[in-house]
Design a protein. Sequence first.
Length: 239
Amino acid sequence: MTERVTIAAGVVQGLCDQVESLRTGLTLDADVAADIATRIARTRAGLVGAVLVSTIANAVGDLCDIIRDMGSEADPAEVEGLGAAAIPLLTNAIPATSSPAVTLASDFARAAVACVEAAVMAEVAVAVAERSYMDRPSAQAASGRLANLADASLERIAENGGEDVWRAASDAVRQAIDYLGRGALDLKPVVLVEAMRSFPATVLAWRLYGDPERAEELVERNSCTTPLFMPTSLEALAE
């Protein structure tokens, strides 16, 4: 048991470092960022010399709480992007070994990683659902991104974390995808507009919507750097 705890303690300390990296990447209120940094450091320090399973379990629980709090305080777009990038890297906290005995003794550590991965996966799912989408294709694309990310992640979580941990993350993903699917029905589809020649964005906005102030919308949607000369083929919201 001592070897399992020792390995897990080192792995969870590595997870603390990864959660700290996630924290530094997110735009947080200064007081919130400082508080979370202190909590991460305290959790990491508490693992030094750990010999009890309960010490590891409490540390993992603290990290999951920290991840939840970061997700609730940060911009959803940042949480999705940085969280999605962090998920595949979490397993790096488990050191590679060719020893069957060490691999066997690392089962507790793998379970700890699965719990933290489930927490990050759930926050990414919430962030994807909380983002604002201008049109139906954007919402559908977000749903596809989430489903693709969850495929590999949920498989790892199920293998190493058990059914309850897998179900918590899986339910968050499913609810987000269902929410996006329902919401997408209320969003406008995108159409392809063809023009005989290039027009200024304000002219196109007037012709398409009767509102020249929507020119900026067309410029942003089509990533145009010269609003006076819009492309002859462009995307626009259907009215």
